[in-house]
Structures are given as structure tokens and as C-alpha cells.
Design a protein around this ligand. Structure first.
Ligand code: C2R
Length: 158
């Protein structure tokens, strides 16, 4: 049963959202991936969000671009944590996506990452899951240690 639901407004978002899936895979976290659109498939979005918790999903990562209503609308239909990924858009470089996702009204939180920040969305989902799954805490410690060593071992030619 998947723990993370990765959803996106269009298959055109996949080039960005794939990065979240790659991180989940590298941590051995189970996931499902679906195209769900608040605009184009509103009934499916309602069904997806309302059944997610009972199907065993614990965190939802939702990516959308432009008038990015999917993350907020999903958060309005479930009590699960929703992490929003603003997808870089063609005309406004994702600033529209960012503002659509981040400015949620009180009562319906969406944890918004940077424009195109799908990798951090996955890492945040894993941090949330690590409260319950101790093996993930260990893997996160290792990930951070590797990152630290990588930076500290960098030598630049002056
Ligand atoms: N923002 C949304 C929603 C939504 O929020 O429900 N559904 C599709 N879209 C976005 O429209 C953009 C263009 O989609 P197409 O490439 O399919 O035309 C995508 O970035 C998608 O996330």
C-alpha cells in the first residue's frame, strides 16, 4: 500500500515531479503517481482526496502550474498533510504557480516548496513519515551526513 500520493495537474508536470519520485524511490518509500486536476477532473480530485487516508496514504505531494488550484483544493478535502510544488510555467516562470499555492486561507494549510522544488517536497514528506517510521529517520541522518561530507570535501582552485 503506497504511503505517499504524488499527484499533478497534467502529465506535462511529470518532468519536474519525477524528481520527487526519484527521491522517494532512493529512500525506499512506497508511492503512487497520478494525474489529477482540480480544473479538468474535479470529481476525480474529490474522490482521490477523500479516499486517500482510508487507502493508507499518509502524505500527499501535489504539483501544479499556472492557476495551481490542485494542492489547495486537495488540502480542503482531506486532513492529510499536503505539500505543494509550484511547477515552472511557460509565461510567468512559475511565479503564478507559487502564489496560487502558497497564499492559502487560514484553516487549509499547504506546505509549499520552492518553484520546481519537487526534490525537497519528497524530502519533507520523508521527514513527516520519519516520525512514525524509524528506518526513515536513519536514512535521513545518513543523507544529511553524506551531503555535509560532500560540501566539506569540496576544494576549489583559488
Ligand atoms: N494547475 C493545474 C490544474 C489544477 O490546479 O487543477 N490542472 C492543470 N493545471 C496545470 O496546467 C498546466 C498546463 O497543463 P497542460 O500542459 O496539460 O496544458 C500544468 O502545469 C498543470 O499543472
Amino acid at each position: 500500500m503506497p504511503l505517499v500520493g504524488v499527484i499533478m495537474g497534467s502529465k506535462s508536470d511529470w518532468e519536474y515531479m519525477k524528481e520527487a519520485v526519484d527521491i522517494l524511490k532512493s529512500f525506499g518509500v512506497s508511492y503512487e503517481v497520478k494525474v489529477v486536476s482540480a480544473h479538468r477532473t474535479p470529481e476525480f480530485m474529490v474522490e482521490y482526496a477523500k479516499t486517500a487516508r482510508s487507502r493508507g496514504i499518509e502524505v500527499i505531494i501535489a504539483g501544479a502550474g499556472g492557476a495551481a488550484h490542485l494542492p489547495g483544493m486537495t488540502a480542503s478535502l482531506t486532513t492529510l498533510p499536503v505539500i505543494g510544488v509550484p511547477i515552472p510555467s511557460k509565461n510567468l516562470n512559475g511565479l503564478d504557480s507559487l502564489l496560487s499555492i502558497v497564499q492559502m486561507p487560514y484553516g487549509v494549510p499547504v506546505a509549499t516548496v520552492a518553484i520546481g522544488g519537487a526534490k525537497n517536497a519528497a524530502l519533507l514528506a520523508i521527514r513527516i513519515l520519519s516520525i512514525k517510521y524509524k528506518d526513515l529517520e536513519e536514512k535521513l541522518n545518513k543523507f544529511m551526513e553524506d551531503m555535509r561530507n560532500d560540501v566539506l570535501s569540496t576544494s576549489l582552485q583559488a
